[in-house]
Ligand binder design. Structure first.
Ligand code: NG6
Ligand code: CA
Length: 506
């Protein structure tokens, strides 16, 4: 595969020399097998990034990707929560097609049906080495998994050639990393046990032993304790394998850098899945207090730094011009998501949702409308695009780039928008989890009737967007969704509801 990269280099050099150096733009016989890296933040809002308008939190390295590539102003995650968005990104399927596509417990079986095309399996078939490092939260193994044995099926069974993942989330047990089929650093003499039903005898919990905690839960998160933080779920044993929250960012950065070093001589795909700024927000001491906005701001700065280090490593390896980087987030922002960590009290005038309505969990726009940038230096001309694009589109778009067929049901080829060759992305987009949360068509978004309260619980304190009546907003003229125009546009409402039904029956 070294050969392959050399050919590109020779071709580029030849073109530049051959054209007397003045027509470097003519080198655009586009490389059809650039490396592809998807960097995926967890709960980062549209307004948390300085190139998207944040003035209180400055993120030079996220901005580097935005400014050297295309910054999308209408880029979407598929769902206002994590599991379904990740599922859509990797499967090319709308989450509503799978009843289990909602926030999964840490001992949930793998969410994917085996044998279907996925983003990594498609790229594997295209000749890529495929890997994932970081947060997973898509289930592992089958029912009643024994974490001390081989953990499968998992990433390797859906198309990844390598995986180094956090088993679930940083607030759910088991608090371990899994490399391929095994927990990292597990001592066979100290097996790990996991339960989401009841505690193991003699084990402290956040509820009963708050004196053992360095961060206190606000709601939920009062079960097993490790590293001074109580989590969701119970575990016992596996002491040597438990991760240290303060080191997690460095762990994922180290593994990501190692991965690109190991595979620099062949086309590679890397899903670099950050854990920030999801709770618990525990920055490395290098970043504690740096943002002035409390730990939520600090871990965003920590993530930004890690992304910068990763970009520097690509530069050092000479891979920058041969690598597409996509940066986005799995859902919108939240302040108090279960711990008293000063996210609310120290937020000041910062606006994580960046002028959009709602936030994480919400059917309003800020639940899914996220930072979204694509960089490919030398091929993509930097710019800003208003095209409607979604993470579910990676499979079809990168299939088009690499000469593969897309056989996933909902992914659309928006490669020209990703590469800045076209201002047009999708015509319409369905968002959801195990149900349908909203439907965007052109400038309009329709939110079907939903039961339930208008606000989440008092800690999370986000508008849910739920309404027993149908809602319709013009996102172009009313970006903050203040005027429900459903009543004045019954035909449009009917047509959009009918279109949802036809997508459902596809
Ligand atoms: C919620 C958790 C929240 C977070 C979320 C999933 C409680 C009270 N809240 O149920 O802290 O873990 O699930 O977040 O337990 S996500 O980004 O992974 O979807
Ligand atoms: Ca998330």
């Amino acid at each position: 595969m070294k050969f392959y990269n050399s050919i590109i280099a020779i071709f580029t050099a030849f073109t530049i020399i051959g054209c007397g150096g003045s027509k470097t733009t003519e080198k655009t016989k586009q490389n059809s097998k650039p490396n592809i890296v998807v960097i995926y933040a967890d709960d980062l809002g549209y307004g948390d990034v300085s190139s998207y308008g944040s003035t209180e939190l400055i993120t030079p390295n996220f901005d580097r990707i935005a400014n050297e590539g295309i910054r999308f102003t209408n880029g979407y995650a598929s769902s206002p929560t994590c599991t379904p968005s990740r599922f859509a990104l990797l499967s090319g399927k709308y989450p509503f097609r799978t009843q289990r596509a909602r926030v999964l417990p840490g001992n949930a079986p793998l969410l994917f049906e085996l044998g279907n095309q996925t983003l990594p399996s498609m790229l594997h078939d295209a000749g890529y080495f495929t890997g994932v490092v970081g947060k997973w939260h898509l289930g592992l193994g089958g029912e009643n998994l024994d974490w001390n044995q081989e953990i499968k099926p998992g990433p390797l069974e859906i198309g990844f050639d390598y995986s180094y993942i956090m088993a679930s989330t940083n607030d759910r047990v088991p608090s371990v990393y899994v490399e391929n089929h095994n927990i990292v650093g597990l001592d066979p003499n100290d097996p790990i046990e996991v339960s989401y039903k009841k505690n193991f005898e003699g084990e402290p919990t956040g509820k009963e032993n708050p004196e053992l905690l360095k961060v206190h839960p606000s709601h939920g998160h009062d079960m097993s304790i490790h590293n001074g933080i109580s989590r969701i779920g119970y575990m016992r044993g596996g002491k040597d394998a438990l991760f240290i929250d303060e080191d997690m960012s460095d762990d994922f950065l180290r593994e990501s850098k190692k991965y690109i070093n190991d595979h620099k001589d062949e086309p590679f795909f890397l899903f670099y899945s950050l854990h920030q700024p999801h709770v618990p927000r525990i920055p490395h001491p290098r970043f504690a207090g740096k943002s002035g906005l409390g730990p939520r701001g600090d871990v965003i700065l920590e993530a930004d730094w890690a992304v910068g280090q990763f970009l520097d490593e690509l530069d050092r390896l000479g891979l920058t011009e041969n690598t597409i980087i996509v940066f986005s987030s799995d859902n919108g922002p939240v302040l108090d998501d279960g711990y008293h960590d000063d996210a609310v009290t120290k937020n000041g005038t910062h606006t994580p949702r960046g002028g959009l309505r709602g936030g994480k969990y919400s059917l309003f726009d800020a639940g899914t409308h996220v930072p979204f940038m694509v960089r490919w230096p030398g091929t993509i001309k930097p710019g800003v695009s208003d095209a409607l694009v979604c993470q579910v589109d990676f499979t079809a778009s990168f299939a088009a780039l690499t000469g593969q067929e897309n056989s996933t049901p909902d992914s659309e080829n928006v490669l020209d928008a990703f590469l800045g060759k076209s201002d047009k992305g999708r015509n319409s987009l369905l968002l959801g989890q195990s149900n349908i949360t909203s439907f965007i068509k052109g400038d309009y978004v329709l939110i079907p009737p939903h039961k339930g309260g208008k606000m989440t619980n008092k800690w999370v304190n986000i508008e849910t967007g739920r309404n027993k009546n149908v809602q319709l907003y013009n996102l172009k003229t009313d970006r903050n969704q203040q005027n429900n125009i459903a009543k004045d546009n019954p035909e449009m409402v009917e047509a959009m509801l009918a279109e949802i039904e036809s997508i459902k029956s596809k």
